[in-house]
Design a protein around this ligand. Structure first.
Ligand code: ATP
Length: 270
């Protein structure tokens, strides 16, 4: 990927199959992202304006970023990634310039998806009491709104924003024509945990005594990121035990699982 200060551009390689669970969500996203990009002429024919923004919210480590990348991959769209926190920390005026520049480049590279991580940092409620409702935050937010409103004529550009704090987002962004679709990305349920474990052991040599269903049952509240870490760590434990190991066994998974505690608590799940 080419990197220009704070922005990376690429067509991501990750696909829907690399994401365990979330089947309904994947379908909704597929429709919301692929249709306007692949069938923009049909939208124009019927005189309907395609969606401009989608907000993904949910706990950290549950695949918001990965979903946005898979959507871009499916639509063969250029993927521009921006971080709200990074924009916020820039010198006065630089954050706005980067925002405008990213939208400009996305128009040139269309079809494009602009992924906005930690959106609440930039799109925090105006006039609120949080640390972000400052002059810097307000200028960034108004630049973002201007750019999103300007997308009307642009074809094949979609903004996907992610946040763990949807309630902190300014209401102006939630108006129709801005973030038209709000999707909750939940932590994985039993079936999703099993599928995530399958995805992340796909390329590993694992012994027949590893029961992924059983591990899925024993990892309630684990996020996708934590399950991915569990698989990787199990491999490392096997190597630590014997650097010539050729296979990862059940006891390696168990050792790691016992040492891990999920970061999420039941109360945090919406
Ligand atoms: P954050 O809010 O911290 O940015 P996020 O919700 O965007 O987190 P990702 O960055 O997409 O989460 O996921 C983190 C890692 O966890 C990724 O490397 C991804 O492979 C893995 N992961 C998370 N959920 C899943 C899933 N459903 N299937 C497969 N892998 C997953």
């Amino acid at each position: 990927p080419s990197i220009t200060r704070g922005v990376t551009v690429e067509i991501p390689k990750v696909s829907w199959e690399d994401i365990g669970g979330l089947n309904n969500l994947k379908k909704k996203l597929q429709q919301a992202v692929e249709w306007p990009i692949k069938h923009s002429a049909a939208f124009a024919r019927l005189g309907i304006s395609p969606m401009r923004g989608i907000l993904l919210h949910g706990p950290p480590g549950c695949s918001k970023t990965t979903l946005a990348k898979a959507a871009a991959h499916a639509a063969q769209a250029s993927f521009f990634s921006l971080s709200g926190a990074e924009l916020y920390s820039m010198y006065v005026g630089e954050g706005e310039a980067l925002l405008r520049n990213t939208f400009r480049r996305a128009r040139l590279a269309a079809p494009s998806i602009i992924f906005f991580d930690e959106a609440d940092v930039v799109a925090a409620k105006r006039g609120g009491s949080s640390r972000n409702s400052t002059a810097v935050g307000e200028r960034l937010l108004s630049t973002l709104l201007t750019e999103m409103d300007g997308l009307e004529q642009a074809k094949g550009i979609l903004v996907l924003a992610a946040t763990n704090r949807p309630h902190a987002i300014d209401a102006a962004l939630m108006r129709p024509g801005r973030f038209d679709l709000v999707l909750y990305v939940p932590p994985p349920d039993l079936e999703a945990r099993y599928e995530i474990l399958c995805v992340h052991t796909r390329n590993m040599k694992i012994s027949g005594d590893v029961d992924l269903r059983r591990i899925a049952e024993d990892t309630e509240l684990f996020t996708g990121a934590e399950l991915e870490g569990l698989c990787r760590e199990a491999g490392i434990v096997a190597l630590r035990e014997n650097i010539s190991a050729t296979i990862v066994c059940n006891h390696h998974f168990q050792t790691v699982k016992e040492s891990l505690k999920p970061a999420l608590t039941r109360e945090e799940i919406e």
